[in-house]
Design a binder for this molecule. Structure first.
Ligand code: PRX
Length: 675
């Protein structure tokens, strides 16, 4: 199905489970940032869009805005128009008067023998300025230029992001676990002439040569015609890993060496329009090409700051740890921009949560006095599986915990609440997306009870609605699944897809737009691409994606991207990917391939195809299984029936196959997969 024309899959049957509620404890409510029950009234649609003034007011502005929301180019929304500000100033400079000696970033290396770094706001200020000086003077970057970052989880990542923001340069961070080729595609799409990377980093106790991946990224970008003029390489281990022989003369430079020339440089923060671009974050959609989600400076920053304050309940004295990777939107919004805009102390952990043992996370929490903890169901499932009794061995206290990125099974939720949170911490299940900048549905922790397995209702100012395929509202409590949409725009919403406004409109607004000529926001509900059920009390239960996107460990992968990666193996004639439930990762991709004539199905070849996918996209996309089939099940018009393959992989009934062009192949494949 083409993007923007998605339909609800018939397999979203709704199995009602008994609903249970958990209530926040008085100790939490007593200290919470938001305890005002009138807040929802204040943010009713009658007060839209002016209610969002309170979001903008959390920031310092060089010039205040004159128009809260400009809809003249609907559905391209412009927030806080006329306002001028700088994101780095808001995340760093403005805290110096009060907090210059306070820790901004606690950096925890994966190797426990390496010391934890506690970087103060003053130190962060110095390093952001020096980096900005290098980007400006040495690289010649200026406001509006794009620069690709391909950095692992070290302080250099937020420092480089903030240095870009200081200059008004648009950063495009690519998850370090992605392959060089995937990074190259993003360098090309964003037309970045500068790549900023790192020599090496540890993952599961292994030192990875990241410079080699970066060279691949440059080669892949240049193959598509995008010249990379400069590569800045931060050294995690100067002298130990990277030698100058790996460096391409005139192109590659050690970032830490360049900084020496700009010691204590001060670069004034560029005064940027609110609707200027802060960053691009690529994500997967229905087609093979990743989408560069374009986020604004004023709207985005105000949104994540408000969410950090009232949903994450961050106070300046809290130690806040979000375990996501900064290469994904969760890390951008809830490790870097939101917490730093509030002057909080944010933890960056370099490594794997269970390395070197299942107690690692809880040791970090104990050592740093973390009291707000934020992670994904995949991590929770893994921690529960490998060390269900570990949390009890450590001395920490969480007041607040978050789950994000995938549906969480009520049973896993209860372990998180009882064992990790010791029945004391409030839990928020936050539903949102790369496109939305920040949370859309969640409970407000001091005001609304938790319901395991459901994200909360719409947050203040967010008015969700569930539509059926014909555009009729499915009323809350109807017990029927539909397409989850939001009636109104909000400041954190992405502005467009980079260089592809048409795809933006079609994918997110095409299906339910009431009048394509309209500049009235009421005519443009946002379609998220998730199937969901809304209970009578407004809580939403997310059932999964309605498009060709698979959510693996809370990360989005496009089936088309995986299929085209599989086709990079010369032997492969056709490829089809299906999502299969997985105990830890939520879902994993199973890959079915058929071969070109003359090739033989062997286990080595299956392995080779699997490696080819990892090579093109990164390890995260590696299929759970690769099945080499004699032929794909096809309709008479030649369309591959992925639904049938999905049923086989999940051990479900394949249904009626008699209308296929080749029904006999179904039994053969079933036998191959299920034995
Ligand atoms: O399907 C929903 C799922 O993750 C998708 C968004 O993925 P991404 O853009 O990578 O952003 C992840 C971090 C927000 C959504 O369309 N999703 C996200 N949060 C939840 C969720 N599914 C269920 N419950 C959630 N809390």
């Amino acid at each position: 199905m083409a993007e923007g024309e998605q339909g609800l899959n018939s397999h979203y049957a709704v199995h009602w489970q008994e609903e249970e509620f958990y209530y926040p404890r008085p100790e939490f409510i007593g200290q919470a940032n938001c305890t005002d029950p009138d807040i929802f009234e204040r943010f009713s649609l009658d007060n839209f869009p002016e209610c969002f003034k309170e979001f903008g007011d959390l920031l310092d502005w060089d010039q205040y805005w004159h128009t809260t929301l400009d809809t003249s180019e609907a559905p391209v929304w412009k927030w806080f128009v006329g306002g001028m500000l700088n994101a780095a100033y808001n995340c760093v400079d403005r805290h110096l008067a009060k907090y210059k000696n306070k820790t901004a970033i606690h950096f925890v290396p994966e190797l426990e023998e390496e010391p934890i770094i506690h970087m103060t706001y003053q130190e962060l200020y110095r390093r952001v300025n020096e980096t900005a000086a290098v980007l400006q003077d040495f690289c010649g970057l200026k406001a509006g230029d794009r620069v690709t970052l391909y950095l692992p989880m070290t302080p250099e990542l937020p420092i480089t992001m903030l240095a870009c923001a200081r200059l008004g340069v648009i950063h495009c961070q690519v998850f370090a676990g992605f392959s060089g080729k995937a990074c190259g595609d993003r360098i090309w799409d964003s037309e970045s002439e500068v790549l900023i990377t790192m020599d090496a980093y540890y993952r599961s106790g292994k030192l990875l040569n990241h410079k080699a991946n970066s060279d691949e990224a440059v080669a892949a970008a240049e193959k598509q015609g995008q010249k990379v003029k400069k590569v800045l390489v931060w050294r995690r281990y100067p002298g130990k890993y990277s030698s100058s022989t790996d460096m391409v003369e005139g192109r590659d430079f050690f970032a830490d060496e360049l900084m020496q020339k700009y010691k204590n440089a001060v670069i004034p923060p560029a005064s940027m329009p609110a609707e200027g671009i802060l960053f691009l974050m690529y994500t997967s959609g229905s087609t093979g090409r990743p989408k560069g989600c374009q986020h604004s400076i004023g709207g985005y920053l105000s949104y994540v700051t408000w969410m950090s304050k009232y949903v994450q309940d961050i106070h300046p004295e809290d130690v806040y740890w979000c375990m996501a990777d900064i290469g994904w939107i969760t890390g951008h919004s809830f490790i870097v921009y939101g917490p730093l805009a509030l002057g909080a102390s944010t933890v960056i952990y370099e490594g794997v949560p269970t390395y070197p043992d299942p107690g690692r996370c809880w040791r970090i929490a104990e050592e740093l006095d973390v009291n707000i903890f934020h992670t994904s169901p995949t991590a929770i499932r893994a921690l529960r599986k490998v060390g269900g009794d570990e949390p009890a061995k450590y001395n920490y206290y969480f007041k607040h915990m978050t789950t994000v990125g995938e549906p969480i099974e009520p049973e896993v939720w209860r372990w998180y609440y009882e064992v990790v949170g010791r029945g004391k911490a409030v839990v928020v299940d936050t539903w949102w997306q790369t496109e939305t900048g920040g949370f859309l549905c969640s409970t407000l922790p001091a005001l609304q009870p938790m319901k395991p397995g459901s994200a909360g209702p719409g947050l203040p100012g967010i008015h969700p609605i569930v539509y059926d395929d014909d555009g009729n509202e499915i009323p809350p409590g109807a017990g029927k699944a539909g397409n989850l949409c939001v009636k109104n725009p909000w400041p954190g919403a992405f502005q467009t897809i980079w260089k592809d406004k048409e795809r933006y409109i079609k994918s997110y607004y095409g299906k339910y737009c009431k009048n394509p000529q309209s500049t009235d926001w009421r005519d443009w509900p946002y379609m998220a691409g998730d199937a969901a059920v809304m209970a009578e009390d407004g809580y939403v239960r997310i059932l999964g994606r309605i498009d060709d996107v698979i959510n693996v460990s809370g990360h989005r992968l496009g089936t088309k991207e995986i299929e085209s990666a599989a086709l990079s193996a010369v032997e492969v004639a056709e490829a089809a990917v299906v999502a299969v439930p997985d105990e830890i990762k939520g879902t994993v991709p199973d890959l079915y391939v058929s071969l070109k004539p003359g090739y033989e199905a062997t286990t080595e070849l299956a392995k080779k195809v699997s490696e080819a996918v990892a090579d093109v996209l990164g390890k995260i996309a590696k299929p759970g299984h690769v099945y080499i089939v004699p032929d794909m099940p096809k309709t008479r018009s030649g369309k591959i029936m992925r639904r049938i393959l999905a049923s086989i992989s999940s051990y479900n009934d394949v249904g009626d196959v008699t209308t296929l062009a080749n029904p006999e192949v179904v039994e053969e494949i079933r036998h191959m997969v299920q034995g």
